[in-house]
Write a protein that binds this ligand. Structure first.
Ligand SMILES: [Zn+2]
Length: 485
């Protein structure tokens, strides 16, 4: 097994968004991987599309760890940029207490959802508001280099000047779509001199209680400054992987890059590899608030959706459903795809039960090393999880044939396959075994209820309250037959 792992870690290829091609993955520092993923913005509950990003990077993290890389994984929490418009709470009186309770509400919900989806915690989870001083220091550097200007009290990053010096704003989008993207997201047009500029320090307006002092007056740092500062602080000014949803490519990641290049006086573009997960659609329509097809994980878990026939879906099935599609492709949520995930989950996990039925022989019909290598090769090819699942089914089918005695396997090879299935299904894909706790609990509950009713009945009989004791006997007749001596 060691030999397979050794080969695997030197053969990883990743689609790098910034160069728009698949590239061989070579960490900046041998055997160390520094990875940053943009975390949630705590002004709403996270939806299923957000979960996709966190599930995918969880698998990337688990795989790197399995390959014995020394991984440092940072995922931030954006607990700022909250204003009256983007807080989803009707009763909000924009006061500090409310602000903190709202942040806490969405933060707890975020953690709860990630836990039930079996997503591991990153090594560091910094909050934006805990690092305001560092952000102000970074803004000062940009201002000092004369690459920013003050406008209506706020400070803006000057793209025109930056391009003259560095000439690379819009690297991820390849500059072609930049203008279109700006027009589509025209909210970025307000209050600035030029089309492409973005805010790095936002002036306090309407006497908001969320504010800090700065050389430019009271206000808050711009959203993009949070990620540039936190990634620089915890992973250095040039690290291996920066990830997020595809909607963050522009303007967020483009802005993060520009800021970092100025602050660090380099042209490293912050990270060596940029990875972006694609979006989620419902019946081929984009998930959006305006279309009212915004799915929250609990809606699907608690069976509140028509699309799942109002059936409750286990979070682990949701996890499998999400990873069944390659991370760079659009996922379409449909009744069929969920059912498919459930079927696949049952078949895959059934491996661990049925494998006990195999009677080993002196020779194996096939070279099982090939089957094992195929699993590694699939993840090494730009984290092709659907291909990995296909290869896990190949092992599953081979075992079926060994049980049916169509094919055969040695004890040593069987142990190897058992190990590889455990590594990929449980450790890397994170598909844990669903325990049927609830049913047991229900049975126990009914048992104690019956016992308590019988006790009450006996007391009633002693007090000669036959009318009520008879009622209890009739009530319980479907469960037990009571014979009085
Ligand atoms: Zn970010």
């Amino acid at each position: 097994m060691k030999k397979i792992i050794y080969n695997a870690k030197n053969q990883i290829f990743i689609y790098n968004s910034i160069n728009r091609k698949k590239e061989k993955f070579i960490p900046i520092k041998n055997n160390y991987i520094n990875m940053y993923v943009c975390g949630p913005t705590l002004y709403n509950y996270i939806h299923l599309g957000n979960c996709r990003t966190f599930i995918f990077f969880d698998i990337v993290y688990r795989y790197f760890k399995h390959l014995n890389f020394n991984v440092k994984y940072v995922r931030n929490i954006t607990d700022i940029n909250i204003n009256n418009n983007n807080i989803n709470d009707k009763n909000l009186n924009f006061q500090y207490f409310n602000y903190i309770t709202i942040i806490q509400k969405y933060f707890l919900n975020f953690n709860k959802i990630l836990k039930i989806l079996n997503i591991l915690s990153p090594n560091i989870e910094p909050k934006t508001t805990c690092h305001i001083i560092e952000q102000i220091e970074n803004i000062k550097k940009i201002v000092k280099l004369n690459l920013a200007y003050k406008y209506n009290g706020s400070i803006y990053f000057d793209i025109e000047k930056y391009n003259k010096k560095n000439g690379n704003y819009g690297k991820i989008l390849n500059n072609i779509n930049i203008k279109n993207e700006f027009i589509i997201k025209n909210k970025f047009l307000n209050e600035k001199k030029n089309f492409f500029d973005f805010v790095i320090w936002k002036k306090n307006k309407n006497n908001n209680i969320i504010k800090w002092n700065s050389p430019w007056g009271e206000g808050i740092p711009g959203w993009h400054m949070g990620c540039t500062t936190l990634s620089n602080k915890f992973l250095g000014n040039y690290f291996d992987i920066h990830g997020g949803g595809s909607d963050l490519k522009f303007p967020h990641h483009e802005c993060e890059i520009s800021q970092s290049n100025v602050i660090n006086n380099n042209n490293n573009n912050l990270a060596k590899y940029w990875l972006h997960t694609n979006m989620l659609t419902i019946n081929n329509k984009k998930m959006s608030k305006s279309l009212n097809n915004f799915i929250l994980p609990y809606d699907i878990i608690n069976g509140k959706l028509k699309i799942t026939n109002y059936k409750k879906i286990n979070p682990i099935i949701i996890r499998l459903y999400i990873i069944q599609t390659h991370y760079r492709k659009v996922i379409n949520l449909s009744k069929k795809s969920i059912e498919n995930a459930k079927k696949n989950y049952i078949s895959l996990l059934n491996f661990f039960k049925k494998v006990k039925k195999v009677k080993t022989k002196k020779k194996s019909s096939i070279d099982v090393n090939i089957l094992c290598n195929e699993c590694y090769n699939s993840l090494n090819d730009d984290f092709n999880i659907p291909l990995l699942i296909y290869n896990l089914f190949k092992i599953n089918n081979f075992i079926d044939k060994c049980i049916n005695k169509e094919l055969q396997i040695t004890f040593k090879d069987l142990e190897k396959l058992k190990k590889i299935m455990k590594i990929f299904i449980i450790d890397i894909l994170g598909l844990k075994i669903i325990k049927k706790k609830k049913k047991l609990f229900k049975k126990k509950k009914i048992y104690f209820l019956i016992k308590s009713l019988l006790k009450i009945r006996n007391k009633m009989k002693k007090k000669k309250m036959y009318y009520f004791s008879d009622k209890i006997r009739k009530l319980l007749k479907n469960y037990i037959s009571i014979i009085d001596k």
